[in-house]
Design a protein around this ligand. Structure first.
Ligand code: ADP
Ligand code: MG
Length: 572
Protein backbone atom coordinates (compact mmCIF):
# COMPACT_ATOMS: atom_id res chain seq x y z
CA UNK A 1 0.00 0.00 0.00
CA UNK A 2 2.89 2.34 0.76
CA UNK A 3 4.21 1.75 -2.73
CA UNK A 4 0.86 2.83 -4.16
CA UNK A 5 0.91 5.81 -1.87
CA UNK A 6 4.33 6.91 -3.04
CA UNK A 7 3.33 6.55 -6.69
CA UNK A 8 1.30 9.75 -6.17
CA UNK A 9 4.53 11.66 -5.56
CA UNK A 10 5.74 10.91 -9.08
CA UNK A 11 4.14 13.85 -10.92
CA UNK A 12 5.48 16.17 -8.23
CA UNK A 13 9.03 14.85 -8.05
CA UNK A 14 10.59 18.29 -8.42
CA UNK A 15 8.52 19.79 -5.66
CA UNK A 16 9.39 16.89 -3.41
CA UNK A 17 13.10 17.30 -4.07
CA UNK A 18 13.02 21.05 -3.40
CA UNK A 19 11.03 20.55 -0.22
CA UNK A 20 13.00 17.61 1.06
CA UNK A 21 16.45 19.02 0.38
CA UNK A 22 15.52 22.35 1.96
CA UNK A 23 14.30 20.51 5.02
CA UNK A 24 17.54 18.53 5.26
CA UNK A 25 19.49 21.76 4.94
CA UNK A 26 17.51 23.43 7.71
CA UNK A 27 18.17 20.43 9.92
CA UNK A 28 21.90 20.60 9.23
CA UNK A 29 21.96 24.29 10.12
CA UNK A 30 20.05 23.55 13.32
CA UNK A 31 22.59 20.88 14.20
CA UNK A 32 25.54 23.11 13.43
CA UNK A 33 24.35 26.15 15.32
CA UNK A 34 25.18 25.01 18.89
CA UNK A 35 28.67 23.98 17.73
CA UNK A 36 29.14 27.46 16.34
CA UNK A 37 28.03 28.96 19.65
CA UNK A 38 30.41 26.74 21.54
CA UNK A 39 33.36 27.73 19.34
CA UNK A 40 32.27 31.32 19.67
CA UNK A 41 32.44 31.18 23.45
CA UNK A 42 35.44 28.91 23.89
CA UNK A 43 37.71 29.97 21.04
CA UNK A 44 36.66 33.38 19.87
CA UNK A 45 35.71 35.30 23.03
CA UNK A 46 39.06 34.76 24.83
CA UNK A 47 40.93 36.32 21.84
CA UNK A 48 39.05 39.63 22.39
CA UNK A 49 39.46 40.18 18.65
CA UNK A 50 36.37 42.38 18.28
CA UNK A 51 36.51 42.78 14.51
CA UNK A 52 36.62 39.01 14.15
CA UNK A 53 33.79 38.65 16.63
CA UNK A 54 31.72 41.16 14.67
CA UNK A 55 32.44 39.38 11.41
CA UNK A 56 31.46 36.01 12.80
CA UNK A 57 28.31 37.51 14.29
CA UNK A 58 27.33 38.89 10.91
CA UNK A 59 28.04 35.52 9.36
CA UNK A 60 25.74 33.87 11.91
CA UNK A 61 23.05 36.42 11.07
CA UNK A 62 23.36 35.57 7.38
CA UNK A 63 23.07 31.86 8.16
CA UNK A 64 19.97 32.63 10.20
CA UNK A 65 18.40 34.51 7.34
CA UNK A 66 19.15 31.66 4.93
CA UNK A 67 17.70 29.19 7.38
CA UNK A 68 14.55 31.28 7.76
CA UNK A 69 14.14 31.44 4.00
CA UNK A 70 14.58 27.68 3.73
CA UNK A 71 11.99 27.14 6.42
CA UNK A 72 9.59 29.22 4.39
CA UNK A 73 10.36 27.05 1.37
CA UNK A 74 9.76 23.89 3.38
CA UNK A 75 6.49 25.12 4.77
CA UNK A 76 5.12 26.51 1.52
CA UNK A 77 6.40 23.97 -0.99
CA UNK A 78 5.83 21.11 1.41
CA UNK A 79 2.21 22.02 1.82
CA UNK A 80 1.95 22.63 -1.91
CA UNK A 81 3.16 19.09 -2.45
CA UNK A 82 0.56 17.78 -0.03
CA UNK A 83 -2.24 19.78 -1.62
CA UNK A 84 -1.21 18.71 -5.12
CA UNK A 85 -1.32 15.07 -4.16
CA UNK A 86 -4.64 15.54 -2.39
CA UNK A 87 -6.10 17.34 -5.42
CA UNK A 88 -4.89 14.63 -7.80
CA UNK A 89 -6.51 11.98 -5.66
CA UNK A 90 -9.74 13.93 -5.39
CA UNK A 91 -9.90 14.41 -9.14
CA UNK A 92 -9.22 10.73 -9.71
CA UNK A 93 -11.92 9.79 -7.24
CA UNK A 94 -14.51 12.07 -8.82
CA UNK A 95 -13.65 10.81 -12.30
CA UNK A 96 -13.97 7.28 -11.06
CA UNK A 97 -17.31 7.89 -9.39
CA UNK A 98 -18.65 9.49 -12.58
CA UNK A 99 -17.85 6.28 -14.42
CA UNK A 100 -19.53 3.96 -11.98
CA UNK A 101 -22.62 2.07 -13.03
CA UNK A 102 -26.12 2.49 -11.66
CA UNK A 103 -25.78 -0.50 -9.40
CA UNK A 104 -22.94 1.20 -7.57
CA UNK A 105 -25.16 4.20 -6.83
CA UNK A 106 -28.03 1.91 -5.86
CA UNK A 107 -25.81 0.49 -3.14
CA UNK A 108 -23.81 3.52 -1.98
CA UNK A 109 -25.06 6.42 0.09
CA UNK A 110 -24.52 9.82 -1.47
CA UNK A 111 -23.29 11.19 1.84
CA UNK A 112 -20.59 8.53 1.95
CA UNK A 113 -19.39 9.32 -1.54
CA UNK A 114 -19.29 13.00 -0.66
CA UNK A 115 -17.29 12.49 2.51
CA UNK A 116 -14.83 10.28 0.67
CA UNK A 117 -14.27 12.86 -2.00
CA UNK A 118 -13.88 15.71 0.47
CA UNK A 119 -13.08 14.92 4.13
CA UNK A 120 -11.34 11.58 3.77
CA UNK A 121 -8.63 13.13 1.67
CA UNK A 122 -7.78 16.01 4.02
CA UNK A 123 -5.51 13.88 6.17
CA UNK A 124 -3.86 12.29 3.15
CA UNK A 125 -2.59 15.66 1.96
CA UNK A 126 -1.10 16.42 5.36
CA UNK A 127 0.45 12.98 5.63
CA UNK A 128 1.87 13.19 2.12
CA UNK A 129 3.65 16.37 3.06
CA UNK A 130 4.74 15.65 6.63
CA UNK A 131 5.14 11.88 6.53
CA UNK A 132 8.43 11.13 4.81
CA UNK A 133 9.94 14.53 5.51
CA UNK A 134 9.34 14.78 9.23
CA UNK A 135 10.27 11.19 9.83
CA UNK A 136 13.58 11.56 8.07
CA UNK A 137 14.41 14.92 9.63
CA UNK A 138 13.44 13.75 13.10
CA UNK A 139 15.72 10.74 12.94
CA UNK A 140 18.47 12.76 11.40
CA UNK A 141 18.38 15.43 14.11
CA UNK A 142 18.03 13.02 17.01
CA UNK A 143 20.91 10.88 15.80
CA UNK A 144 22.97 13.90 14.73
CA UNK A 145 22.44 15.79 17.97
CA UNK A 146 23.12 12.75 20.09
CA UNK A 147 26.32 11.92 18.20
CA UNK A 148 27.65 15.43 18.60
CA UNK A 149 26.66 15.55 22.27
CA UNK A 150 28.22 12.16 22.87
CA UNK A 151 31.44 13.39 21.35
CA UNK A 152 31.50 16.40 23.61
CA UNK A 153 30.59 14.57 26.78
CA UNK A 154 29.23 10.99 26.82
CA UNK A 155 27.80 11.04 30.34
CA UNK A 156 25.84 14.21 29.86
CA UNK A 157 24.63 13.01 26.45
CA UNK A 158 23.23 9.83 27.99
CA UNK A 159 21.51 11.78 30.76
CA UNK A 160 19.81 13.94 28.13
CA UNK A 161 18.75 11.09 25.82
CA UNK A 162 17.34 9.02 28.68
CA UNK A 163 14.75 11.73 29.25
CA UNK A 164 13.48 11.51 25.68
CA UNK A 165 11.36 8.34 26.07
CA UNK A 166 9.55 9.90 29.04
CA UNK A 167 8.79 12.89 26.96
CA UNK A 168 7.54 10.68 24.12
CA UNK A 169 5.21 8.82 26.44
CA UNK A 170 3.68 12.01 27.76
CA UNK A 171 3.36 13.44 24.26
CA UNK A 172 1.79 10.27 22.85
CA UNK A 173 -0.65 9.97 25.71
CA UNK A 174 -1.59 13.62 25.32
CA UNK A 175 -2.11 13.11 21.61
CA UNK A 176 -4.40 10.15 22.13
CA UNK A 177 -6.48 12.12 24.61
CA UNK A 178 -6.58 15.09 22.30
CA UNK A 179 -7.69 12.91 19.42
CA UNK A 180 -10.58 11.61 21.44
CA UNK A 181 -11.56 15.08 22.52
CA UNK A 182 -11.46 16.43 18.95
CA UNK A 183 -13.46 13.53 17.64
CA UNK A 184 -16.09 14.16 20.27
CA UNK A 185 -16.08 17.82 19.37
CA UNK A 186 -16.63 17.00 15.67
CA UNK A 187 -19.60 14.86 16.63
CA UNK A 188 -21.11 17.77 18.55
CA UNK A 189 -20.63 20.25 15.74
CA UNK A 190 -22.31 17.75 13.41
CA UNK A 191 -25.29 17.81 15.80
CA UNK A 192 -25.34 21.59 15.68
CA UNK A 193 -25.25 21.44 11.88
CA UNK A 194 -28.06 18.94 11.75
CA UNK A 195 -30.15 21.13 14.04
CA UNK A 196 -29.54 24.21 11.90
CA UNK A 197 -30.43 22.35 8.74
CA UNK A 198 -33.59 20.96 10.25
CA UNK A 199 -34.83 24.24 11.65
CA UNK A 200 -33.91 26.33 8.66
CA UNK A 201 -35.34 24.06 6.01
CA UNK A 202 -38.39 23.52 8.19
CA UNK A 203 -38.72 27.19 9.09
CA UNK A 204 -42.14 27.46 7.48
CA UNK A 205 -43.46 24.73 9.71
CA UNK A 206 -41.70 26.23 12.74
CA UNK A 207 -43.27 29.62 12.20
CA UNK A 208 -46.70 28.33 11.40
CA UNK A 209 -46.71 26.52 14.74
CA UNK A 210 -45.01 29.56 16.36
CA UNK A 211 -42.44 27.19 17.78
CA UNK A 212 -39.49 29.55 17.40
CA UNK A 213 -38.66 29.63 21.09
CA UNK A 214 -38.82 25.83 21.22
CA UNK A 215 -36.35 25.65 18.35
CA UNK A 216 -34.12 28.26 19.98
CA UNK A 217 -34.07 26.29 23.21
CA UNK A 218 -33.18 23.09 21.35
CA UNK A 219 -30.43 24.87 19.54
CA UNK A 220 -29.10 26.32 22.79
CA UNK A 221 -28.85 22.82 24.20
CA UNK A 222 -26.81 21.56 21.23
CA UNK A 223 -24.72 24.68 21.07
CA UNK A 224 -23.93 24.33 24.77
CA UNK A 225 -22.92 20.70 24.28
CA UNK A 226 -20.59 21.77 21.54
CA UNK A 227 -19.06 24.43 23.79
CA UNK A 228 -18.44 21.86 26.50
CA UNK A 229 -16.85 19.41 24.09
CA UNK A 230 -14.57 22.05 22.68
CA UNK A 231 -13.63 23.24 26.16
CA UNK A 232 -12.63 19.71 27.09
CA UNK A 233 -10.48 19.50 23.97
CA UNK A 234 -8.73 22.73 24.85
CA UNK A 235 -8.25 21.60 28.41
CA UNK A 236 -6.56 18.41 27.27
CA UNK A 237 -4.49 20.41 24.83
CA UNK A 238 -3.39 22.87 27.48
CA UNK A 239 -2.52 20.01 29.83
CA UNK A 240 -0.49 18.18 27.21
CA UNK A 241 1.37 21.25 26.09
CA UNK A 242 2.23 22.39 29.57
CA UNK A 243 3.38 18.90 30.61
CA UNK A 244 5.65 18.77 27.60
CA UNK A 245 6.88 22.24 28.39
CA UNK A 246 7.61 21.29 31.97
CA UNK A 247 9.46 18.13 30.97
CA UNK A 248 11.62 19.90 28.41
CA UNK A 249 12.54 22.57 30.95
CA UNK A 250 13.29 19.82 33.41
CA UNK A 251 15.68 18.14 30.98
CA UNK A 252 17.32 21.48 30.33
CA UNK A 253 17.66 22.13 34.03
CA UNK A 254 19.13 18.70 34.76
CA UNK A 255 21.63 19.12 31.93
CA UNK A 256 22.48 22.57 33.20
CA UNK A 257 23.05 21.46 36.80
CA UNK A 258 25.01 18.32 35.96
CA UNK A 259 26.91 20.24 33.28
CA UNK A 260 27.76 22.98 35.76
CA UNK A 261 29.19 20.36 38.05
CA UNK A 262 31.29 19.00 35.15
CA UNK A 263 32.61 22.48 34.36
CA UNK A 264 33.46 22.90 38.01
CA UNK A 265 35.43 19.66 37.79
CA UNK A 266 37.02 20.92 34.57
CA UNK A 267 35.75 18.18 32.23
CA UNK A 268 33.49 20.57 30.34
CA UNK A 269 34.17 24.02 28.94
CA UNK A 270 31.75 26.91 29.33
CA UNK A 271 31.01 26.91 25.62
CA UNK A 272 30.33 23.19 25.67
CA UNK A 273 27.87 23.68 28.49
CA UNK A 274 25.97 26.33 26.54
CA UNK A 275 25.97 24.21 23.39
CA UNK A 276 24.69 21.26 25.43
CA UNK A 277 21.75 23.24 26.68
CA UNK A 278 21.02 24.27 23.10
CA UNK A 279 21.29 20.66 21.92
CA UNK A 280 18.70 19.56 24.44
CA UNK A 281 16.25 21.68 22.49
CA UNK A 282 17.37 20.26 19.16
CA UNK A 283 16.97 16.77 20.59
CA UNK A 284 13.52 17.40 21.94
CA UNK A 285 11.96 19.13 18.96
CA UNK A 286 11.50 15.95 16.86
CA UNK A 287 9.62 14.27 19.70
CA UNK A 288 6.73 16.61 18.99
CA UNK A 289 6.89 15.92 15.27
CA UNK A 290 7.03 12.17 15.68
CA UNK A 291 4.08 12.06 18.02
CA UNK A 292 2.13 14.21 15.59
CA UNK A 293 3.03 11.71 12.88
CA UNK A 294 1.95 8.82 15.05
CA UNK A 295 -1.45 10.45 15.06
CA UNK A 296 -1.47 11.53 11.43
CA UNK A 297 -0.28 8.26 9.93
CA UNK A 298 -3.23 6.05 10.90
CA UNK A 299 -5.69 8.79 10.00
CA UNK A 300 -4.12 9.47 6.61
CA UNK A 301 -3.66 5.81 5.79
CA UNK A 302 -7.23 5.00 6.79
CA UNK A 303 -8.38 7.65 4.32
CA UNK A 304 -6.02 6.29 1.69
CA UNK A 305 -7.36 2.79 2.19
CA UNK A 306 -10.92 4.02 1.69
CA UNK A 307 -9.72 5.92 -1.36
CA UNK A 308 -8.14 2.79 -2.84
CA UNK A 309 -11.22 0.71 -2.12
CA UNK A 310 -13.24 3.01 -4.31
CA UNK A 311 -10.67 3.70 -6.99
CA UNK A 312 -9.82 0.04 -7.47
CA UNK A 313 -13.44 -0.93 -7.88
CA UNK A 314 -13.96 -1.22 -11.62
CA UNK A 315 -17.23 0.02 -13.04
CA UNK A 316 -19.60 -2.87 -13.54
CA UNK A 317 -20.42 -1.85 -17.09
CA UNK A 318 -17.49 -1.34 -19.40
CA UNK A 319 -16.92 -1.32 -23.12
CA UNK A 320 -15.68 -4.54 -24.63
CA UNK A 321 -12.21 -4.19 -26.16
CA UNK A 322 -13.42 -3.88 -29.74
CA UNK A 323 -16.70 -2.14 -29.10
CA UNK A 324 -18.17 -0.26 -32.03
CA UNK A 325 -19.00 3.40 -32.13
CA UNK A 326 -22.47 3.97 -33.56
CA UNK A 327 -23.56 7.28 -34.97
CA UNK A 328 -26.98 7.38 -36.54
CA UNK A 329 -29.02 4.47 -35.36
CA UNK A 330 -32.32 3.84 -37.11
CA UNK A 331 -33.88 2.70 -33.87
CA UNK A 332 -34.85 -0.97 -34.20
CA UNK A 333 -34.85 -2.61 -30.79
CA UNK A 334 -34.95 -6.32 -30.09
CA UNK A 335 -35.09 -8.17 -26.77
CA UNK A 336 -34.29 -11.82 -27.06
CA UNK A 337 -35.13 -14.04 -24.10
CA UNK A 338 -33.93 -11.38 -21.70
CA UNK A 339 -33.60 -12.27 -18.04
CA UNK A 340 -32.67 -9.70 -15.44
CA UNK A 341 -32.55 -9.27 -11.68
CA UNK A 342 -31.22 -6.50 -9.46
CA UNK A 343 -30.19 -8.96 -6.80
CA UNK A 344 -29.65 -12.70 -6.79
CA UNK A 345 -32.87 -13.88 -5.28
CA UNK A 346 -35.51 -11.78 -6.94
CA UNK A 347 -35.84 -12.01 -10.71
CA UNK A 348 -37.50 -8.96 -12.18
CA UNK A 349 -37.57 -9.88 -15.85
CA UNK A 350 -37.78 -13.40 -17.15
CA UNK A 351 -37.55 -14.56 -20.73
CA UNK A 352 -38.69 -11.28 -22.24
CA UNK A 353 -38.71 -11.17 -26.02
CA UNK A 354 -39.96 -8.24 -28.00
CA UNK A 355 -39.17 -6.45 -31.16
CA UNK A 356 -39.71 -2.79 -31.92
CA UNK A 357 -39.34 -1.37 -35.39
CA UNK A 358 -37.62 1.93 -36.04
CA UNK A 359 -40.04 4.83 -35.78
CA UNK A 360 -42.69 2.94 -33.83
CA UNK A 361 -44.33 4.35 -30.76
CA UNK A 362 -44.76 1.66 -28.15
CA UNK A 363 -46.63 2.10 -24.89
CA UNK A 364 -45.86 0.07 -21.80
CA UNK A 365 -48.63 -0.23 -19.25
CA UNK A 366 -49.09 -2.44 -16.23
CA UNK A 367 -49.02 -2.48 -12.46
CA UNK A 368 -46.34 -0.55 -10.69
CA UNK A 369 -43.33 -2.69 -9.88
CA UNK A 370 -43.88 -4.96 -12.87
CA UNK A 371 -40.61 -3.93 -14.49
CA UNK A 372 -41.45 -1.27 -17.07
CA UNK A 373 -38.75 1.13 -15.95
CA UNK A 374 -36.34 -1.76 -15.70
CA UNK A 375 -36.97 -2.80 -19.31
CA UNK A 376 -36.24 0.74 -20.44
CA UNK A 377 -33.07 1.13 -18.39
CA UNK A 378 -31.61 -2.00 -19.95
CA UNK A 379 -31.61 -0.43 -23.41
CA UNK A 380 -29.00 2.28 -22.59
CA UNK A 381 -27.12 -0.42 -20.66
CA UNK A 382 -27.54 1.15 -17.26
CA UNK A 383 -27.59 -2.46 -16.13
CA UNK A 384 -26.44 -5.55 -17.99
CA UNK A 385 -28.84 -8.39 -18.62
CA UNK A 386 -28.07 -11.72 -17.00
CA UNK A 387 -29.67 -13.77 -19.76
CA UNK A 388 -30.47 -13.20 -23.40
CA UNK A 389 -29.49 -10.23 -25.53
CA UNK A 390 -30.72 -6.79 -26.41
CA UNK A 391 -29.87 -5.39 -29.82
CA UNK A 392 -30.37 -2.10 -31.58
CA UNK A 393 -30.31 -2.08 -35.37
CA UNK A 394 -29.25 -5.72 -35.14
CA UNK A 395 -26.16 -4.96 -33.01
CA UNK A 396 -25.85 -6.44 -29.55
CA UNK A 397 -25.70 -3.41 -27.24
CA UNK A 398 -22.81 -5.02 -25.39
CA UNK A 399 -20.75 -4.66 -28.57
CA UNK A 400 -21.34 -0.91 -28.80
CA UNK A 401 -19.47 1.71 -26.76
CA UNK A 402 -21.74 2.90 -23.97
CA UNK A 403 -20.95 6.50 -24.83
CA UNK A 404 -22.18 6.22 -28.41
CA UNK A 405 -25.09 3.96 -27.46
CA UNK A 406 -26.33 6.44 -24.87
CA UNK A 407 -25.88 9.34 -27.28
CA UNK A 408 -28.62 7.71 -29.36
CA UNK A 409 -31.13 7.39 -26.53
CA UNK A 410 -33.06 10.13 -24.77
CA UNK A 411 -34.94 9.64 -21.52
CA UNK A 412 -37.54 11.93 -20.00
CA UNK A 413 -38.65 10.91 -16.56
CA UNK A 414 -41.31 11.84 -14.09
CA UNK A 415 -38.99 13.73 -11.79
CA UNK A 416 -36.87 15.90 -14.00
CA UNK A 417 -33.43 16.59 -12.66
CA UNK A 418 -32.26 20.09 -13.43
CA UNK A 419 -28.97 21.64 -12.41
CA UNK A 420 -28.47 24.87 -10.54
CA UNK A 421 -27.91 27.49 -13.22
CA UNK A 422 -29.77 29.35 -15.93
CA UNK A 423 -32.51 28.16 -18.27
CA UNK A 424 -30.06 28.37 -21.14
CA UNK A 425 -27.49 26.19 -19.39
CA UNK A 426 -30.09 23.60 -18.55
CA UNK A 427 -31.40 23.34 -22.09
CA UNK A 428 -27.85 23.22 -23.44
CA UNK A 429 -27.18 20.22 -21.20
CA UNK A 430 -28.70 18.19 -24.04
CA UNK A 431 -25.93 19.28 -26.39
CA UNK A 432 -22.91 20.98 -24.90
CA UNK A 433 -21.89 22.82 -28.07
CA UNK A 434 -25.37 24.00 -29.05
CA UNK A 435 -25.63 27.41 -30.70
CA UNK A 436 -27.93 30.12 -29.39
CA UNK A 437 -30.21 29.49 -32.32
CA UNK A 438 -30.46 25.77 -31.63
CA UNK A 439 -31.29 26.49 -28.00
CA UNK A 440 -34.05 28.91 -28.96
CA UNK A 441 -35.38 26.47 -31.51
CA UNK A 442 -35.51 23.70 -28.92
CA UNK A 443 -37.29 25.98 -26.45
CA UNK A 444 -39.81 26.87 -29.11
CA UNK A 445 -40.51 23.24 -29.94
CA UNK A 446 -41.02 22.51 -26.25
CA UNK A 447 -43.53 25.40 -26.02
CA UNK A 448 -41.32 27.22 -23.56
CA UNK A 449 -40.89 30.36 -25.61
CA UNK A 450 -43.72 32.45 -24.13
CA UNK A 451 -42.80 31.50 -20.62
CA UNK A 452 -39.15 32.47 -21.13
CA UNK A 453 -40.14 35.71 -22.88
CA UNK A 454 -42.22 36.71 -19.89
CA UNK A 455 -39.22 36.45 -17.56
CA UNK A 456 -37.25 39.68 -17.05
CA UNK A 457 -33.96 37.88 -17.53
CA UNK A 458 -35.19 35.49 -20.21
CA UNK A 459 -32.81 32.63 -20.92
CA UNK A 460 -30.45 33.87 -18.20
CA UNK A 461 -33.01 33.34 -15.47
CA UNK A 462 -31.57 31.29 -12.65
CA UNK A 463 -33.85 28.35 -11.94
CA UNK A 464 -32.63 27.74 -8.37
CA UNK A 465 -31.35 24.59 -6.77
CA UNK A 466 -32.61 21.66 -8.88
CA UNK A 467 -34.97 24.07 -10.59
CA UNK A 468 -37.06 24.79 -7.52
CA UNK A 469 -38.18 28.12 -8.92
CA UNK A 470 -40.01 26.38 -11.77
CA UNK A 471 -43.36 24.63 -11.70
CA UNK A 472 -43.63 20.93 -12.47
CA UNK A 473 -44.90 21.63 -15.98
CA UNK A 474 -42.13 24.12 -16.69
CA UNK A 475 -39.49 21.68 -15.54
CA UNK A 476 -40.97 19.01 -17.75
CA UNK A 477 -40.94 21.32 -20.78
CA UNK A 478 -37.33 22.23 -20.05
CA UNK A 479 -36.51 18.53 -20.07
CA UNK A 480 -38.33 18.22 -23.39
CA UNK A 481 -36.38 21.14 -24.85
CA UNK A 482 -33.18 19.45 -23.71
CA UNK A 483 -34.31 16.35 -25.58
CA UNK A 484 -35.15 18.24 -28.77
CA UNK A 485 -31.60 19.49 -28.68
CA UNK A 486 -30.14 16.05 -28.13
CA UNK A 487 -32.37 14.74 -30.91
CA UNK A 488 -31.87 11.01 -30.29
CA UNK A 489 -33.34 8.35 -32.59
CA UNK A 490 -34.62 6.42 -29.57
CA UNK A 491 -36.78 8.15 -27.00
CA UNK A 492 -37.99 6.85 -23.66
CA UNK A 493 -40.75 8.67 -21.80
CA UNK A 494 -41.01 7.13 -18.35
CA UNK A 495 -44.22 8.46 -16.81
CA UNK A 496 -43.07 11.82 -18.05
CA UNK A 497 -46.38 13.52 -17.36
CA UNK A 498 -47.63 11.49 -14.41
CA UNK A 499 -46.83 14.15 -11.84
CA UNK A 500 -48.73 16.86 -13.69
CA UNK A 501 -52.36 17.83 -13.36
CA UNK A 502 -54.59 16.89 -16.27
CA UNK A 503 -54.65 20.39 -17.71
CA UNK A 504 -50.87 20.78 -17.78
CA UNK A 505 -50.48 17.22 -18.96
CA UNK A 506 -52.65 17.89 -21.99
CA UNK A 507 -50.53 20.89 -22.84
CA UNK A 508 -47.25 19.04 -22.47
CA UNK A 509 -48.59 16.00 -24.24
CA UNK A 510 -48.59 18.01 -27.44
CA UNK A 511 -44.91 18.87 -27.09
CA UNK A 512 -44.13 15.26 -26.29
CA UNK A 513 -45.95 13.96 -29.34
CA UNK A 514 -44.00 16.38 -31.49
CA UNK A 515 -40.83 15.16 -29.84
CA UNK A 516 -41.81 11.55 -30.52
CA UNK A 517 -42.20 12.13 -34.24
CA UNK A 518 -39.71 10.29 -36.44
CA UNK A 519 -38.20 8.40 -33.55
CA UNK A 520 -38.58 5.06 -31.93
CA UNK A 521 -40.50 6.01 -28.83
CA UNK A 522 -41.19 3.96 -25.73
CA UNK A 523 -43.84 5.47 -23.50
CA UNK A 524 -44.48 4.26 -20.00
CA UNK A 525 -47.82 5.68 -19.03
CA UNK A 526 -50.13 5.71 -16.16
CA UNK A 527 -53.04 7.49 -17.73
CA UNK A 528 -54.25 5.65 -20.78
CA UNK A 529 -55.50 8.82 -22.44
CA UNK A 530 -51.89 9.69 -23.18
CA UNK A 531 -51.19 6.56 -25.22
CA UNK A 532 -54.19 6.40 -27.53
CA UNK A 533 -52.02 7.15 -30.53
CA UNK A 534 -49.37 4.55 -29.81
CA UNK A 535 -48.74 2.01 -32.55
CA UNK A 536 -48.70 -0.80 -30.05
CA UNK A 537 -49.43 -1.30 -26.40
CA UNK A 538 -47.51 -3.84 -24.31
CA UNK A 539 -48.99 -4.89 -21.02
CA UNK A 540 -46.21 -5.71 -18.59
CA UNK A 541 -47.05 -7.82 -15.55
CA UNK A 542 -44.89 -9.66 -13.06
CA UNK A 543 -45.05 -12.67 -15.36
CA UNK A 544 -43.71 -10.81 -18.36
CA UNK A 545 -45.44 -9.29 -21.33
CA UNK A 546 -49.03 -10.40 -21.04
CA UNK A 547 -50.61 -8.59 -23.96
CA UNK A 548 -49.29 -6.97 -27.12
CA UNK A 549 -51.38 -5.19 -29.72
CA UNK A 550 -52.96 -1.95 -30.79
CA UNK A 551 -55.00 0.04 -28.29
CA UNK A 552 -58.33 -0.86 -29.82
CA UNK A 553 -57.40 -4.52 -30.32
CA UNK A 554 -56.45 -4.86 -26.68
CA UNK A 555 -59.67 -3.24 -25.52
CA UNK A 556 -61.57 -5.66 -27.69
CA UNK A 557 -59.56 -8.60 -26.31
CA UNK A 558 -61.25 -8.11 -22.97
CA UNK A 559 -58.13 -8.94 -20.96
CA UNK A 560 -55.99 -7.04 -18.48
CA UNK A 561 -55.78 -3.95 -20.63
CA UNK A 562 -59.49 -3.84 -21.23
CA UNK A 563 -60.01 -3.95 -17.47
CA UNK A 564 -57.54 -1.06 -16.91
CA UNK A 565 -59.27 0.86 -19.65
CA UNK A 566 -62.70 0.38 -18.15
CA UNK A 567 -61.58 1.43 -14.67
CA UNK A 568 -59.94 4.63 -15.90
CA UNK A 569 -62.67 5.78 -18.18
CA UNK A 570 -65.45 5.05 -15.74
CA UNK A 571 -63.75 7.29 -13.24
CA UNK A 572 -63.53 10.29 -15.52
P1 ADP B 1 -42.23 -0.27 -12.86
O1 ADP B 1 -41.47 0.76 -13.61
O2 ADP B 1 -43.01 -1.19 -13.74
O3 ADP B 1 -43.09 0.31 -11.80
P2 ADP B 1 -39.63 -1.07 -11.96
O4 ADP B 1 -38.95 -1.49 -13.20
O5 ADP B 1 -39.31 0.26 -11.43
O6 ADP B 1 -41.21 -1.22 -12.13
O7 ADP B 1 -39.35 -2.13 -10.82
C1 ADP B 1 -39.43 -3.52 -11.02
C2 ADP B 1 -38.96 -4.23 -9.75
O8 ADP B 1 -37.59 -4.05 -9.56
C3 ADP B 1 -39.64 -3.74 -8.50
O9 ADP B 1 -39.89 -4.86 -7.69
C4 ADP B 1 -38.63 -2.86 -7.84
O10 ADP B 1 -38.73 -2.92 -6.45
C5 ADP B 1 -37.32 -3.46 -8.31
N1 ADP B 1 -36.30 -2.43 -8.50
C6 ADP B 1 -36.40 -1.34 -9.28
N2 ADP B 1 -35.26 -0.62 -9.29
C7 ADP B 1 -34.40 -1.29 -8.47
C8 ADP B 1 -33.07 -1.06 -8.07
N3 ADP B 1 -32.36 -0.02 -8.50
N4 ADP B 1 -32.49 -1.94 -7.22
C9 ADP B 1 -33.19 -3.01 -6.79
N5 ADP B 1 -34.44 -3.29 -7.13
C10 ADP B 1 -35.07 -2.45 -7.97
MG1 MG C 1 -41.41 2.82 -13.28
Amino acid sequence: MLKKFFSYYKPHKRLFIIDFSSAVFVAILELAFPVAVQRFIDDLLPTKDWSMITQISILLLVVYIISTFLQYVVSYFGHKLGINIETDMRQQLFTHVQRQSFRFFDNTKTGHIMSRITNDLFDIGELAHHGPEDLFIAFMTVIGAFTIMYNINPELAIIAIVMVPFLSIVATYGNIMMNKAWKNMYGKIADVNARVEDSVSGVRVVQSFTNESFEIARFKEDNGQFRLAKLVAYKVMAGTHSSIYMLTRLVTLVVLVVGAWFTYKGTLSNGELVSFVLYVNVLIKPVDKITALLELYPKGMAGFKRFLELVEQDPEIQDSPNALTVQHLKGDITFEKVGFRYDEHKPVLNDISLSIKAGETIAFVGPSGAGKTTICSLIPRFYDVQEGTISVDGLNIQDITTKSLRSQIGIVQQDVFLFTGSIRENIAYGKQDASEEEIRDAAKKAHLEDMIASLPEGYDTQIGERGLKLSGGQKQRLAIARMFLKNPPILILDEATSALDTETERFIQKALMELAENRTTLIIAHRLATIRDADRVLVVTEDGIAEDGSYSDLVAQNGIFARLHNIQFQEV
